[in-house]
Structures are given as C-alpha cells and as structure tokens.
Design a protein around this ligand. Structure first.
Ligand SMILES: NC(=O)c1ccc[n+]([C@@H]2O[C@H](COP(=O)([O-])OP(=O)(O)OC[C@H]3O[C@@H](n4cnc5c(N)ncnc54)[C@H](O)[C@@H]3O)[C@@H](O)[C@H]2O)c1
Length: 432
C-alpha cells in the first residue's frame, strides 16, 4: 500500500480490467505493503465514490461475534469520498436502523442520502444517473446468490445493469445444492470474460502472516508437499439458528471452514476433487453431545443438524496432500485455528489467524522454530483497501499494481472443495 502522494489513478474506466487479465495476477503481495488500518491514510482524490450495499447484516455493519464490518473499512479507505447510494435488504427495518446509527455519527456524509430498497430491481428502476455505483458490495446470505436462477442470480443482475462496475462478494459464493456448483463456474466465466474487477471475501489471504508464508515459498522456490489445517470454532458464541441448520447454512464446513479450505488451496493449488475422503462425528453420536449450545436444536429437523467434527484429506492436482479438520467443540469466544504448510526442509505454521496471528517457521539448518508475531493486522481492511486500489488503478512508483487475491473462479473452487468434504463425510456416516 502506498501513501496518497505516490498514487496515480489511471484513465481506465472504473471496475474494468483489460480483457484477458484476471483480477488476480501475481497472486501474492509483499507483506510489507500490508499496513494496519490505524496507519493507513484515506485514498486521495475529491470525486464521490458511489457504493451500493446489498445486505444490511453483520458483515456489512459489524456484530459482537467478530471483527468484520465492511462499512467501517470503506469509510476509512475512502474517507469523505464514500457515498453509499443505496442499501438493499428485504428487511427494511434493519436497514433503517443501521443507517440511523451511521447518520448520527461523524460519517454522516457517506449515508445522509442513502436510500433503502427491498430488491436490486427496485433500485435499478428508481436510480438516477448520478447514483450509478462504482462498486457493489454483496453481503446478502449465500443462499440468495451464486447461481443463474432468477432470484438467486444477483451477480448476473449486477453485470447486466451495471456493466463495468466492480464487485465485492462475500464468501461462500453460494450455499445451494451441490448440482448448482456448475452455475458458479458459469458465473466465474462471465465475470472474468467481462473484465469485471471482482474480489471474494476470503480475507485471510490478506494476512501479513499468510503473505510472509507466500514470500518464503516464493523466495526459496519451494513446492508445497502438504497442508494441514485445523479449525475449531467456539460454538457457545454462535447464536444464529440458521448456522446450526444445514438446510440454511449448508453446514459448518461450507459456511465457516471454507476459510481454511480456501487457504489450504491458496498454498496447495487446485484439488483433485475425486480424491476427497472424509469422516464426521454427528450430533447423535455420544462424543457429539454439546452442553453449551445457545440455540434449541430440537427446533431443527434431525436430518438438518450439523456434525460436530468433520475431518477430510485429499490430493492436490500436483500430488501434494491436504487435510482439514473442523470442530464444533470449544466454548467461550476465541476460535482455535491452525494451518501448517510443509515443503522440503520447511514447515510454516500459522496459528490464531483471527485474533493474534503467529507464524512458526522451521527452516533447513535449524531444528528449532523461529516465531514471528503480527500484531494489529487487519485483513478485512487490507482486502477492501486492495479492492479499492485496483478499481482506482492505483500503482506504486516502484511496485507492481495492487492485487486481488481471491477471484470468483478461485472462490467457486473452494466452494466445490467444501461441498466435496460435506458429501464424503455424509456418505461415510453411520445412521442414528
Ligand atoms: N469473511 C468473514 O469472515 C465473514 C464474516 C461474517 C459474515 N460473512 C458472510 O457474509 C454473508 C452475510 O452474513 P451476515 O453475517 O452479514 O448475515 P446476516 O444475517 O447478519 O445479514 C444478512 C442480511 O441480508 C439480508 N438479505 C436477505 N436476503 C437478501 C437479498 N436477497 N438481498 C439483499 N439482502 C438480503 C437479510 O435481511 C440480512 O439483513 C454470508 O455469506 C457470511 O458467510 C463473512
């Protein structure tokens, strides 16, 4: 990231890359360019930067469950240039409540003219030309997107009504039936062929620790041999009933473990999906009884209740091996998550990426690990910051362009992997 004085917005129309150049080119960022939010300065320029928000929920406006809050990061990145032209949410009361709070704060200039609509169509019908967005941030539930079916095709609608406008889409790209994954790949093709700038919210790719791991791999010309990922969530803090219902969330691997499946793929590459094997510990098995659930699971049909543990292994296309274990077992608030990457002579272990990322590095010539800590890192800010820089075509004098690290196509591949894990674990389970 650079300071405003070194930034050069280009002449390229907003939101469009020249065709043939994917949103993610080199695929990694020099970790020294990832600055924490308190040290970052708002982008330069004076013109309004119109943004359209789809979804007025936690990811967009924050929640006590975690550090996410895209509106806050956009306010910081765009400063007084940010104008949220509309907020689309069928729950208009929720939308009105969040806007009221914003308008009572010092960021009022971004929200004082924000209009609320139930649907994208309503916005399109009522939009004046000066409200045309430069970027659309999609934070609606994944069950309403990621397909080519009417009503669940918001990406296609945006491409149709706002060609050339940049897209930021939350993970996972969808949560529909497995058969619809091919529609996700169709969307990816259309997004890529239209040259649309598109970033998917796999923010862990933007961690300084993750980019340090990438740098070590690149600098030493390493080939990853294995990825070992473990994701244990603090289930006591998860009070959203939908999360516990596979028919709504698609289950914890697709909804949540997706971050670590994606990160595994970021290091291991494409997965040979036919090799995925998995086992689960189900809610009806003795070790699967949980004592501190905040939701009444009796309200959820038995066949939709989520597994407590899911454990999978697979082969990457180049022969390397991946493994992933998701656990719904911790209480309290903090999650316990680790990703270890092995290459000849090296192990790079990322610990606690959500709270205080720590990297344990073992290299040839030393049997002991060295430890690097990354305090005050904010991957949510870095992903938004890079997204905006790519739209504005910001370039450093002596560095390559900003990078989008998670393309739509890549995100569909991560979604496909999580579905394969769910399916393999369901096939291997014993009935109650
Ligand atoms: N990257 C992360 O770490 C992270 C963190 C939290 C959430 N998320 C993702 O963000 C997405 C939203 O999650 P959330 O926690 O904000 O959910 P939420 O339930 O808090 O909010 C979703 C909002 O979308 C609205 N909505 C429903 N249908 C809609 C539609 N068709 N169009 C527009 N809005 C619609 C709902 O009324 C609700 O207000 C999910 O994909 C989730 O996985 C990502």
């Amino acid at each position: 990231m650079s300071t405003p004085s070194s930034r050069r917005p280009s002449e390229r129309p907003s939101g469009r890359r020249p065709s043939g150049i994917p949103g993610s080119r080199r695929g990694s960022i020099d970790p020294s360019r990832l600055v924490s939010i308190d040290k970052a300065v708002a982008i330069g320029g004076n013109d309004n930067f119109n943004v359209l928000f789809i979804g007025a929920g936690n990811i967009m406006f924050g929640s006590p469950e975690g550090p996410w809050n895209h509106s806050f990061r956009l306010e910081h990145k765009l400063g007084p240039r940010l104008k949220v032209v509309a907020l689309i949410d069928p729950n208009t009361e929720r939308a009105a409540a969040v806007l009221e709070k914003k308008c009572a704060s010092f960021v009022v200039s971004a929200y004082q003219n924000t209009r609320i609509f139930k649907t994208l169509d309503d916005f399109v019908k009522n939009m004046s030309p000066r409200d045309r967005p430069k970027a659309v941030i999609v934070g609606s539930p994944p069950m309403f997107r990621g397909t080519t079916k009417p009503g669940r095709d918001v990406e296609l609608q945006i491409l149709k009504h706002f060609p050339g406008v940049a897209l930021f889409i939350e993970k996972p790209v969808a949560t529909g039936p497995k058969e619809e994954i091919s529609e996700g790949f169709q969307l990816a093709k259309q997004i890529s062929e239209s040259g649309t700038v598109c970033s998917v919210g796999y923010m862990l790719r933007y961690l300084r620790a993750v980019q340090t791991m990438k740098q070590i791999i690149d600098d030493n010309d390493l080939t990853v041999m294995a990825t070992v990922a473990r994701y244990a969530c603090a289930y006591e803090a998860i009070a959203k009933p939908d999360w516990w219902d596979k028919s709504k969330s698609a289950g914890p691997v697709i909804e949540q473990g997706t971050h670590f499946c994606d990160l595994s793929r970021y290091f291991g590459g494409d997965v040979d999906i036919s090799t995925v094997v998995a086992h689960s510990l189900e809610w009806y098995e003795a070790p699967g009884k949980l004592s501190k659930m905040q939701v009444d699971e009796r309200q959820i049909p038995e066949e939709n209740r989520i597994p407590r543990v899911t454990s999978a292994t697979w082969k990457y296309e180049n022969g390397a091996v991946g493994s992933f274990t998701h656990v719904v077992g911790l209480q309290g608030h903090n999650y316990s998550c680790e990703l270890e990457v092995f290459a000849d002579g090296y192990s790079l272990k990322l610990v606690n990426p959500y709270v205080q990322p720590v990297l344990y590095i073992r290299k040839p010539g030393d049997d002991d690990e060295t430890v690097q800590r990354f305090p005050d890192d904010d991957p949510f800010f870095s992903e938004i910051s890079h997204f905006i820089d790519v739209i504005e075509d910001i370039e450093d004098e002596d560095e390559e362009d900003s990078q989008i690290l998670s393309s739509y196509d890549d995100a569909v591949k991560s979604y496909q992997l999580t579905w394969a894990i769910r399916e393999a674990s369901e096939k291997s389970k014993k009935s109650p």
